[in-house]
Design a protein. Structure first.
Length: 318
């Protein structure tokens, strides 16, 4: 069986008509070029070059083979260009994202990604982190934007992507009650959070236990927008990423509880199979990082205005 090095030597001998010229062009010795041609002729079982002619000429079969050899070399160059010019990436990226990202900066990210790679096709999956990790492990996804939790034995590359500050939010009708009632009033209201399989749920349970609320009633919803809607409608105290409900707070539909200790932040990473488009995925991650950072700046919550102070004094914490 022959390889591309032998094909390359043959094609250039036909083009230049000289072993010496080909050796100089490919930075090899003449014996090396001769050896490659000999191996090629042995593999195909026929002579391809008339070495006695000056310049060297292909045989009848050699002229026929030259057409195919040149086509193979050109196809190889086209294939290699896929990895040399990421701007022309035309494959399909199977991308999984958690809903918090999908409802924040993701649309901006997709717009810019499409502008950068107009031939790219996206297959998008939105789900909670554990399910995204499982689909990555099953090779149903190439890349995910999720919390950590990589399947054991899976070879991945992981880079930090975005951090979301978490908060507790209530409809205005609960503000007075919580302001004067503190933790007791909080314990009498239900909470609204993500699925029990999602980390925000377990971290909310732990956080409330540290406040002395050991058996909270928590309504679970599978989508971020449902949690926000239930909180706005007064169903309960919503545990939500701060930036994703900043508009609702500005409209007066939600008020943020001023907590004695912050809720654990949600930290997300870009994670992809090490074997899947490595340089391309790094470029995608950098774009996502830029979009996430810009969104965080635009939706920062640096002011205490509009917050409900649920702890009027230190004695009302138990």
């Amino acid at each position: 069986m022959f390889d591309f090095k032998e094909l390359e030597a043959f094609v250039w001998v036909v083009r230049l008509g000289s072993f010496r010229k080909v050796a100089a062009r490919l930075h090899l010795t003449q014996p090396s070029i001769s050896d490659r041609i000999t191996r090629l002729e042995t593999a195909v079982g026929e002579s391809l070059l008339d070495r006695g002619a000056r310049p060297v000429q292909p045989t009848l079969r050699g002229r026929e083979f030259y057409v195919h050899a040149e086509r193979l070399l050109n196809s190889r160059e086209e294939a290699l260009q896929l990895f040399q010019n990421q701007e022309d990436f035309s494959g399909t990226l199977r991308l999984g994202v958690i809903e918090t990202i999908a409802h924040s900066w993701f649309s901006t990210f997709l717009t810019q990604l499409a502008e950068r790679h107009p031939q790219l096709t996206i297959e998008l999956t939105v789900d909670i982190s554990p399910f995204l990790h499982q689909r990555l492990a099953d090779n149903d996804l190439d890349m995910i934007f999720a919390m950590d939790g990589v399947a054991p034995g899976l070879s991945v590359t992981q880079l930090p992507l975005a951090t979301y500050e978490m908060g507790l939010f209530v409809a205005p009708q609960h503000a007075e009650r919580l302001h004067h009632g503190g933790t007791r009033a909080m314990s009498r209201l239900p909470f609204v959070s993500f699925s029990k399989l999602a980390r925000p749920y377990s971290e909310l349970v732990t956080y409330l236990a540290e406040l002395g609320i050991d058996d909270p009633k928590i309504h679970c919803a599978s989508t971020l927008m449902t949690i926000a809607r239930m909180s706005i409608d007064g169903v309960g105290i919503g545990s939500l990423p701060v930036s994703t409900v900043s508009d609702a707070c500005q409209r007066g539909e939600l008020l943020r509880l001023e907590l004695p200790v912050p809720l654990p932040a949600m930290v997300y990473n870009a994670i992809w199979r090490t074997s899947s488009y490595p340089s391309f995925c790094r470029g995608v991650t950098q774009l996502a990082q830029d979009c996430a950072a810009r969104y965080a700046r635009d939706h920062a919550d640096d002011e205490l205005q509009g917050k409900v102070k649920a702890w009027p004094d230190s004695s009302d914490k138990n």
